[in-house]
Design a protein around this ligand. Structure first.
Ligand SMILES: Cc1ncc(COP(=O)(O)O)c(C=O)c1O
Length: 453
């Protein structure tokens, strides 16, 4: 019988997982039918499953966080050394050297004007901190009633109660209501299809103009901030335009509404820039980050802000026990150093273009593929049941394609009407070629079996 390194039989491990683990966001019926997905080993961009099979991980550990792959001894060593020397010193104004070093480095990499960093332990916490900072800033600077946060349809900003108010994706908000009051959602830019049947660029302008309408509607004195992902994840890698963000920036400035840019997925190189804000020339007032910050080697997130926002507060009334954990900071410092040393941000940009070209070449003409899009190492294939009307599949066709890719040994992820891939930045061109080939083959097989072609 197959055994893990710890000597637990594979079947026992599966049974224990079914008995004791909760699988957040997984469809219970599917988990009961298919069981949990257990991996026992990772090496570079490949994972080994409980059954001994190898998978090419094109999702960077499902969450897109694992930008440097598995088994990186440099990062693991740095964390271990830090844990031995000084693992943790508390929070508030207690700091260890790697945490200070990390704050300074993030300030160097972030868009101009952002210099003050507060650490948290993940993306949702970063969003919570950003929202609280915006409200507390206004409370001290002449807009004491500014408590509304404007967000966007289909946004994802996290799972905690404050972040979920700004969230409109993955079906997590409505089931949690009544939630935290004070959120207001407006249309968010999306490519290929939108609820009004508008052309892409015209729809982007409409969405930006809507922000001004909504601020007026809520009353500018009541609005603290507008929060936006630079590239939304909903229905796959919703790249946007500099024009949209230029208008948003101008509107926010005119109404003294802070612009929070949520770079939790896009930060630290995923899109071929340290932060995706660079692509669109965005200068946020507050920016959030997490995920690839440590490449998944430790849980960590952060918020960076304009210094005058922080300086306006006699006390920033917000704290987490593990803010700025020294071991996590050691992981993040090493991850950033590796990305700089190995030119991985430029590599992500070039490899992303290479993969996008290849995907478009193979898939654009396919009768069930509507649009292939991407930015850096974040790519999506959006499907259409009918290319004329752009109608999406209502059944499980997209999920079936992803399941088939998995059977062929490549990990991708369904995301609404599309599937996406977010390969680790260390992937080789051969890895990317393999992923493109398997994607094309799987789409073709499923389309034929379902008589869609
Ligand atoms: C843009 C964005 N913000 C916030 C979050 C929440 O991060 P976490 O899951 O680390 O709490 C996510 C997670 O996917 C995200 O994509």
């Amino acid at each position: 019988m197959l055994e893990t390194r710890d000597g637990i039989a594979a079947s026992d491990l599966t049974a224990l997982a079914m008995a004791h683990c909760v699988f957040p966001l997984a469809v219970a019926e599917e988990v009961r039918r298919d069981g949990p997905i257990v991996y026992t080993k990772g090496d570079g961009v490949r994972l080994t499953g409980l059954d001994g099979r190898e998978y090419l991980d094109m999702m960077s550990s499902h969450t897109r966080a694992n930008s440097l792959g598995y088994g990186n001894a440099e990062i693991a060593g740095a964390v271990a050394r830090q844990l031995e020397q000084l693992h943790y010193v508390g929070t508030v104004n207690n700091l260890a050297p790697p945490t200070i070093q990390l704050a300074a480095k993030i300030a160097e990499l972030a868009p101009e004007g952002l210099t003050k960093v507060m650490f948290v332990t993940g993306g949702s916490e970063a969003v919570e901190a950003a929202i609280k900072l915006a409200k507390q800033y206004h409370a001290h600077t002449g807009k004491p009633r500014a408590n509304k946060i404007i967000s966007r349809w289909n946004a994802y900003h996290g799972a905690t109660m404050g972040a979920i108010g700004a969230t409109d994706w993955l079906g997590t908000r409505h089931i949690s209501e009544p939630g935290v009051p004070g959120y207001s959602l407006i249309p968010g830019p999306s490519r290929y299809r939108n609820p009004f049947g508008m052309e892409e660029e015209a729809y982007f302008v409409f969405c930006a103009d809507y922000l001004e309408r909504q601020i007026e509607h809520e009353g500018p004195e009541n609005v603290a901030a507008f929060i936006a992902e630079p590239i939304m994840q909903a229905h796959g890698v919703q790249t946007c335009s500099a024009e949209y963000f230029g208008r948003v920036r101008e509107i926010c400035g005119r109404y003294d509404v802070l612009l929070i840019v949520d770079e939790v997925i896009t930060g630290f190189g995923r899109t071929g820039a340290w932060f995706a804000s660079e692509h669109y020339g965005i200068t946020p007032d507050i920016m959030t980050m997490a995920k690839a910050m440590t490449a998944g080697y430790a849980p960590m997130g952060a918020v960076i802000a304009r210094p005058d926002l922080i300086d306006a507060l006699p006390v920033f009334r917000h704290v987490h026990t593990f803010s700025g954990h020294a071991g996590a900071a050691a992981a993040a410092n090493t991850v950033i150093a590796i990305k700089e040393r190995d030119n991985l941000i430029a590599k992500a940009r070039d490899d992303g273009e290479y993969m996008l070209d290849a995907l478009q070449e193979y898939l654009d003409p396919h009768p069930i593929v509507g649009q292939v899009r991407g930015k850096g190492m974040w790519l999506a294939v959006d499907f259409a049941r009918d290319k004329e009307t752009r109608a999406p599949f209502e059944d499980d066709t997209v999920r079936a394609v992803v399941r088939r890719m998995y059977e062929h040994g490549v990990i991708a992820s369904p995301i609404g009407t599309a599937f996406e891939m977010a390969p680790p930045l260390i992937s080789s061109r051969a890895d990317l070629d393999e992923a493109v080939r398997i994607a094309a083959q799987s789409i073709d097989e499923v389309a034929r079996e379902r008589q869609l072609v």
